[in-house]
Design a protein around this ligand. Structure first.
Ligand SMILES: [Zn+2]
Length: 376
């Protein structure tokens, strides 16, 4: 096991890239999809089941964990990996985004953000320094800079001010992170949908110097067309030889479009959250298992899928346990969805390696457009 954090590109096809991030806790094959383990669990999944879907890395949420059970308690218990029984790499977000979306009575200053917990109303402050301390206590392998992200649409002055604040916070994050061999710190590019602000943000981050770079501030309501238009230039503004992470994305077609534009890592709650609400993601698009058409259907969700839900259960059973409110419903559909996402990433890695990404993309869209199998 090496002690360093390294990124090696093994192939490119157009702007799409494939490679591997080596960490002391194991390799991360890119493009990588990171399931979200918000509160030290990927909901409805055992960690060994998450690993069986092909996930090399999980995402943990600083905001949730700092409030409950607290980073200090997790550190006393040996760190997040042992606490949640996941020995592979973990990336933690900085808490900034969720403070803005979940916390109450937020107050933003140059120093940081004060807020009240959405759980019990207790007062907290997050700063770049405190975010680095929490992520160190958790034992995160990939630490994210503390940043501020305005909701879109926002006017250009607001986006520029916010980006400049995030760049000052990025420098403070780097200073507070210090020198931690085997652990990585990623900077986060901001600038909304303004190409020149994105460029200025990328240059500021590269001046500070990070182990990887995230494209932040997207998937916040701008829509796929605007997001892709931004991804037509934003990843290229970041260093070629470092991982590029698109935060909070997305649906399968968002992911394919992002990989096509040079993104290496993504995370999203969608496959696990959808699994608990009866929504399955398949190569034929989205299937709503609660629909009455499945009640007598003995066929699997996807006969070509190797996940336990598809190998051993019928659509009729998945429909029944969802309607009956049985816990196995969320377990099976989450497993299927995470398996589908990881299978999609594996197929993209293979397609990029063999120089066939365009053919992969055409088949991906053709299968989705054909839609679900007709009812019996
Ligand atoms: Zn399946």
């Amino acid at each position: 096991m090496g002690r360093t954090f390294d990124f090696t590109l093994t192939a490119t096809d157009g702007r799409a890239r494939t490679g591997v991030i080596d960490t002391p806790r194991g390799a991360i094959r890119t493009p990588a999809f990171m399931p979200v383990g918000t509160a030290a669990t990927v909901k409805a999944m055992l960690p060994e089941s998450v690993a069986a879907t092909g996930a090399d890395i999980l995402l943990g949420n600083t905001y949730h964990l700092m409030l409950r059970p607290t980073a200090e308690r997790i550190a006393r218990l040996g760190g997040l990996h042992g606490f949640m029984n996941w020995d592979r790499p973990i990336l933690t977000d900085s808490g900034g985004f969720q403070v803005m979306s979940l916390a109450e009575l937020r107050k933003l200053t140059e120093e940081g953000v004060t807020f009240r917990s959405h759980i019990d109303g207790s007062r907290h402050m997050l700063t770049p320094e405190r975010s680095m301390e929490i992520q160190r206590l958790l034992g995160s392998d990939i630490v994210m800079c503390f940043d501020e992200c305005p909701a879109l649409p926002a006017d250009r002055d607001r986006i520029a001010d916010s980006m400049e604040l995030s760049m000052r916070w990025a420098a403070r994050s780097k200073a507070a992170f210090g020198d931690r061999p085997g652990h990585a710190l990623f900077g986060i590019q901001q600038g909304g949908l303004e190409e020149d602000l994105r460029k200025a943000s990328a240059e500021a981050l590269v001046d500070i110097g990070f182990d990887g770079y995230a494209v932040g501030g997207l998937a916040v309501g701008e829509g796929q067309e605007a997001m892709f238009a931004c991804l037509d230039y934003a990843p290229e503004q970041l260093p070629q030889d470092k991982p590029r992470y698109l935060m909070g994305v997305g649906k399968p077609d968002d992911i394919v479009g992002a990989v096509k534009r040079g993104i290496d890592m993504m995370d999203c709650v969608l496959p696990s959250r959808s699994g608990r609400t009866g929504q399955a993601w398949t190569r034929r698009g989205q299937v709503n298992i609660k629909n009455a058409r499945h009640a007598d259907d003995p066929r699997p969700l996807d006969e070509a899928c190797a996940c336990p839900a598809c190998r051993s259960y019928s659509r009729a059973y998945l429909h029944h346990v969802f309607r009956a409110g049985e816990m196995i419903s969320g377990m099976l559909l989450t497993w299927h969805n995470l398996h589908y996402y990881q299978d999609l990433m594996g197929r993209m890695r293979d397609a990029i390696s063999s120089g066939e990404f365009n053919a992969f993309e055409r088949e991906f869209h053709a299968e989705r457009e054909a839609g679900d199998i007709p009812p019996l």
